[in-house]
Write a protein that binds this ligand. Structure first.
Ligand code: CP3
Length: 344
């Protein structure tokens, strides 16, 4: 199907665009009252996730309400561990938690990479509904967690400041760590290929816990698995986003991806000098700027746009929008980008 607005895809491929395209990580989420209403109707976050009609509805909401240049599939990175055999709970205010974790060879034997497609059929059904509903208005972004981040949740069993369990495992039992990372990678490749087959126009890998590693451990336990995924998927533009991994930015830029996502710690001019000119950059306004007044948001957003320049940039925040941000502040960020004229 022809897309009416393909700015993001063109920017990802490095082509010149009339203006800088924009979408926002976590745009389909709690910032919007409309999202909270649908979640209440579903009864819980997990019920919403398993309901293709309602997941489709919240995916489209930010396209209708904000006019962003892409929709992102409403789902979660933790559907992969669940499809591998580890169910999780999502408690309001507490985040995700797993009853079972993988901490030994015996635990590893209990999980599987079989029938991932069948188990995640509800996601694919959601994608089909979204594509029909969008009717070519904007591209649809599919996604998965990067293997390292999924490994963190499968071993630790919940969120953590230090992620000591996964970091201990790579020190004490690297062989077990590699076996689990490899299984996660296999499942993720199957999952992403199917997302694309069902209609996702581009994909993003979220490595949210890259920041607990160092350059050497990232190169050993994270990058090789990202590389396998990027090499296996060739049909649509790919974005890698590794939060806190400024130390590996040059290595991330070597992956066969189109776009490198930047968190807000990185200066765009520095990042461009490290990445070189072959990739598109995505990001990276500090999400906390949206706590500021409208004038501050406009000023900081324009500063960001001017630092990235007119090409090879997809505007976004430097991480997901915080749930207590006022929707009109987020709208101000998006409108400022859409109205911005780059200096010739
Ligand atoms: O709009 C979108 O970005 C699309 C949907 C999306 C969600 N999660 C929905 C969601 C995406 C792309 C994700 C990715 C995700 N999930 C990541 C990577 C991105 C990042 O933020 O670093 C991670 C680490 C997760 C795991 C996860 N899911 C956590 C840690 C939490 C709880 C944190 C919190 O903010 O409370 C979730 C829950 C979650 N996933 C919500 C949403 C809208 C909020 C839950 C709710 O509505 O009750």
């Amino acid at each position: 199907m022809n897309l009416q607005n393909d700015l993001i895809l063109r920017a990802a491929r490095g082509e010149r665009t009339e203006r800088t395209p924009v979408w926002v990580m976590r745009q389909a989420g709690r910032v919007l009252k409309e999202y909270r209403d649908v979640r209440a109707k579903a009864g819980s976050f997990k019920n919403l996730l398993f309901n293709p009609e309602l997941s489709c509805e919240v995916t489209i909401q930010p396209v209708d309400i904000y006019g962003v240049d892409a929709a992102i599939l409403f789902s979660d990175i933790l559907v992969i561990p669940e499809a591998m055999g580890l169910e999780y709970k999502m408690d309001e205010g507490k985040g995700p938690s797993f009853e079972q974790t993988i901490r030994s060879k015996a635990d590893l034997a209990k999980i599987t990479t079989e029938a991932v497609e069948e188990k995640l059929e509800y996601v694919f059904q959601t994608i089909r509904l979204i594509k029909k509903d969008l009717n070519g208005r904007v591209p649809l972004i599919g996604f998965a967690g990067a293997p390292w981040t999924i490994f963190c949740y499968m071993t630790e069993g919940k969120g953590s400041k230090t992620f000591s369990v996964p970091r201990a495992m790579i020190m004490r039992d690297p062989e077990l760590a590699h076996a689990l990372l490899s299984a996660i990678t296999d499942a993720t490749i199957v999952y992403l290929k199917k997302q694309i087959e069902e209609g996702c126009d581009m994909i993003q890998l979220f490595d949210s816990w890259a920041g607990v590693l160092n350059k050497e451990s990232y190169n050993t336990f994270a990058l090789p698995y990202m590389k396998r995924i990027c090499d296996e998927i060739q049909s649509v533009p790919k974005t890698v986003f590794a939060l806190g991994a400024y130390y590996s930015l040059a290595d991330l830029a070597q992956l066969s991806c189109n776009t490198v996502g930047l968190d807000w710690h990185m200066d765009p001019i520095w990042a461009r000098s490290v990445v070189g000119n072959s990739k598109t950059l995505q990001g990276n306004l500090d999400p906390a700027v949206l706590y500021g007044d409208f004038e501050t948001i406009r000023t900081k957003t324009k500063e960001m746009l001017s630092k990235f320049g007119a090409t090879k940039h997809i505007a976004n925040l430097g991480h997901g929008v915080y749930p207590d941000i006022a929707p009109d502040k987020l709208k101000c960020f998006i409108d400022t980008i859409k109205e911005y004229q780059h200096a010739q």
